[in-house]
Write a protein that binds this ligand. Sequence first.
Ligand code: AMP
Ligand code: MG
Length: 330
Amino acid sequence: MICLGIESTAHTFGVGIAEEKKGKGTILANIKKSYTTKKGGMIPALASEHHVLNCGTIIREGLEKAGISMKDVDVVGFAESPGLGHTLRIGAMAARSLSVMHKKPLVGINHCIAHLEIGRMLFGADDPILMYASGANTQIIAYQGKKYRIFGETLDIGIGNFLDTLARHLGLGFPGGPKVYELSLKGKKFIELPYVVKGMDVSFGGLLTNLKTKIDSGKYRVEDLCYSTQETVFAMLVEVTERAMAHCQKTELIIGGGVGCNKRLQEMSKIMCKENGYTCFIPEPQFLVDNGGMIAWQALLQYKAGKRTRLTDPIKPYERTDDIDVDWRD
Ligand code: AMP
Ligand code: MG
């Protein structure tokens, strides 16, 4: 069975082709194009325009890469939640059009859950916890009682948006995470910053204000601030992940989300897992960032479990991970 999946929850328009044979999954193609800027952040209306301009080409390239045509596709999947209304609508429109034109069933899925399921598929992980660190989302997710429950999350902005806003304040473009990382490598001195862990949750808003004040004062080296920022926020994330794993008695960690590409976050996560005797799975970057491959795989899983989405079903920008009944596992 083959599914073509479309991702458009934010800055990326992605198309993935997933195939399932005797319970084993393969990603045949994973093509994407992302909206970027040289200066300033992401403007949702411009990101959606980017998707409109690129969707046809990306869909064609995805099919070409997989060496198939639409008649070989059994299901059309798309991310229906959560994300920016502007951009979700473009992916939904493209998926609905393919579904109508080629008479294929349509399955809308939750993007956050796809990050966990692609990790299970790629590594054969049994029951992992997901440290989901992306632009808009920061959540620690684990399976319990037929749901993917959130055991810790950001109380305000996502960790990626935090890094992007910091980068914007430093006059760097979008996405800012990789730029903060580059500067952090030249950091020499650790500057004490607010470390905000409340119960199992984290918060970045106060830290952002603190950093902006420090930057504007001109008293600190930017490289030291970037280095100290990473050490602080990644320690916060790893701390709540470690506690969630102990609480849920899970022994496998999967990293997901674009911030998961960060080598320092990966290193800290591996150290925590090693100290506890846990396994740490880190997908390659193409499956860490927003991508169509994981959407295709998730839609395939849910199609097989009976899910169907109607053409008239709306997108769900605010749907939470724990709103979904997980009926495709065990
Ligand atoms: P996503 O929403 O999952 O596609 O992730 C996008 C976010 O990942 C943006 O906020 C980027 O700044 C961030 N990001 C990408 N690469 C890195 C990196 N190497 N270090 C930190 N953040 C990153
Ligand atoms: Mg994501």
